[in-house]
Design a protein around this ligand. Structure first.
Ligand SMILES: [Ca+2]
Ligand SMILES: [Ca+2]
Length: 207
């Protein structure tokens, strides 16, 4: 019974085995491409966990013949390596790795930004505590405008993000969101509507 089953399976695949080779639709991909190798996009060195010694943060991608690739964020501390796979899916040449220092009292954060042209910008923020590499925030702007600055002059940098107000005229009206850093994360602090010139009431603000 088993023999017949195997024969049946072989026969069912035979048309594919003997079929004429099909021209690849991806003829533009060079055959010598290093498929699957990690490529270093960017890196910086900083004392991310406040231990007194520097770690190395790196942004890597797999060199696959596709327009979009999954970027890996990597932190090296002494002999240990911490990887955060699929931190962002983006074109190989469009991601920027940066150190985000919000004040001398706070540990530095890691930022990966991805400007996608005239319509959107993405900023992923990550922290490393010496044992774990984790995502802190995942922020988006369709204006696009994401700016890290000390908005309220308290000595700690905040984040200002502008998004289109789709309930009104999205080409004119915007929401300006301010995020303040609190308990290891940027949290929405205020939302200003340019259409009405008013702030959203506190109980209407989402995280
Ligand atoms: Ca350190
Ligand atoms: Ca501030």
């Amino acid at each position: 019974m088993k023999k017949y089953l195997i024969l049946l399976v072989l026969l069912s695949f035979s048309p594919y085995v003997f079929a004429a080779p099909v021209e690849s639709s991806r003829a533009d991909v060079p055959e010598t491409a290093d498929i699957g190798e990690y490529v270093l996009k960017d890196e910086f060195v900083s004392d991310l966990d406040g231990c007194g010694q520097e770690e190395k943060a790196a942004l890597l991608y797999r060199d696959i013949p596709e327009m979009f690739t999954n970027f890996t964020l990597q932190v090296k501390k002494a002999k240990r390596t911490f990887d955060l796979d699929s931190a962002i899916l983006a074109p190989k040449d469009q991601c920027i790795l940066e150190e985000i220092v919000i004040s001398p009292e706070h540990k530095p954060l890691i930022g990966i930004s991805y400007p996608t042209g005239g319509h959107s910008e993405w900023l992923g923020i990550y922290s490393f505590d010496g044992k774990t590499l984790s995502e802190v925030n995942n922020l988006f702007s369709d204006r696009p405008s994401i700016v890290i600055k000390d908005v309220d002059d308290d000595g700690v940098k905040d984040i200002e993000i502008i998004n289109r107000d789709n309930e009104n005229d999205p080409s004119e009206d915007s929401y300006i969101k301010i995020y303040k850093y609190k308990d290891g994360k940027f949290k929405t602090f205020s939302v200003y509507r340019t259409k009405t010139g008013t702030y959203l009431p506190e109980d209407k603000i989402e995280e």
